[in-house]
Design a protein around this ligand. Structure first.
Ligand code: SF4
Length: 345
């Protein structure tokens, strides 16, 4: 089966240009250079039709940048994004437009992502009208239909975003995306700004829409517990790279990468006593100057000399699991006992 979305060696670097003073100092011989942020570093990922993939990592790990490149709103530095097997960069004309509409993004802060000067009917109705999903005579009914699908009362369509609650605003954002009949949704911390009581309702809406419209999701979150109940598969990112990818059940039952284990130590669980993971220490390093070898080595309790010089390859360990680590992570006895033998970070 051809994946709906496939990314190959996707890389994003941001260059921080020198300001005027910096350029002058550079010309005068000062040791000042443009800084390069390695936001996403050669990520490979494929997502099948109907799948919900959770993309998890700490703030600054590059997960939002990856999501934006997949959604086509940020160009990649290197690598490619394929939609239904076709490189989106090679598409032109109607095919390019169709690809852009097929992948939509839902943002964290619905208030910031909605134009406060537009009424809901304009926010939801603009794109379908422009792209020919409806004509002017059918627009009002079209908007009503979309609002009903996302759980909003169509009689409120003349209101402005500030007249709605946070949960309702996120429903407007979902409606705006849904109005162009996408097949793939990138949800970037889509419930993080909502009250806990509303989060479950919006997650349920996402799952209902998945069934109804055969949607596929990339669900980005810094919180493993958010994606646990909705994701079929979880991909863990650290400082621009994927370090582990596994079925959700397998990942929670038997996390293999030391970073995944550290993240899981921070997820509150009823069966906490059965777990023996150590919470992660220290801050995520700056992507301006990422550590050599394995990016996680300054924080890893199992670090070995090879970790500081060689980048571990993301390798298939079981049918539905990939791990990037020099340690034999398939041997839980080994990983549990290795920290006592390893040198300090
Ligand atoms: Fe990275 Fe080495 Fe730790 Fe594996 S054991 S996560 S390669 S530092």
């Amino acid at each position: 089966m051809t994946p709906v979305i496939e990314v190959r060696d996707l890389t994003k670097r941001f260059t921080k240009r020198l300001d005027l003073a910096g350029r002058i100092a550079h010309r005068l011989g000062a040791n000042i250079h443009e800084e390069v942020v390695h936001a996403v570093d050669g990520v490979n990922l494929s997502i099948n039709r109907g799948e919900v993939v959770g993309l998890v990592g700490e703030s600054g790990c590059g997960k939002s940048t990856l999501g934006r490149m997949i959604a086509g709103i940020l160009p990649q530095t290197e690598g490619s994004v394929l939609l239904d097997g076709k490189d989106t960069a090679s598409l032109a004309g109607p095919e390019s437009k169709a690809a852009a509409l097929a992948v939509q993004m839902i943002f964290q802060d619905p208030f910031a992502s909605l134009n406060p000067r537009l009424r809901v009917e304009q926010i939801i109705g603009e794109a379908p009208l422009v792209h020919g999903y409806t004509d002017r005579s059918g627009l009002s009914d079209y908007i009503d239909d979309v609002m009903l699908k996302v759980g909003l009362d169509p009689s409120l369509k003349q209101r402005y975003p500030h007249q709605f609650s946070g949960g309702q605003r996120q429903r407007i954002g979902i409606g705006r995306a849904l109005a162009v009949k996408p097949r793939f949704l990138v949800c970037d911390e889509a419930i993080a700004a909502l009250d806990v009581s509303i989060q479950a309702q919006v997650l349920n809406l996402f799952m209902d829409l998945r069934e109804q419209f055969d949607l596929t999701y990339l669900f980005i979150s810094h919180d493993l517990s958010v994606v646990e109940h909705i994701a079929d598969r979880i991909v863990i990112m650290y400082l621009g790279r994927v370090v582990e990818s596994a079925n959700t059940e397998a990942l929670f039952a038997d996390p293999q990468h030391p970073y995944t284990r550290a993240l899981l130590a921070e997820v509150p669980r009823l069966d906490q006593r059965k777990r023996n993971f150590t919470p992660i220490a220290g801050e995520i390093p700056s992507p301006l100057n990422p550590p050599s070898g394995c990016h996680f080595h300054p924080r890893c309790p199992h670090v070995m000399p090879v970790c500081k010089t060689e980048v571990p390859v993301l390798e298939k360990h079981q049918a539905f699991r990939e791990v990037s680590c020099h340690l034999d992570t398939t041997d839980s006895h080994d990983i549990n006992n290795h920290s006592a033998q390893s040198d300090s970070p």
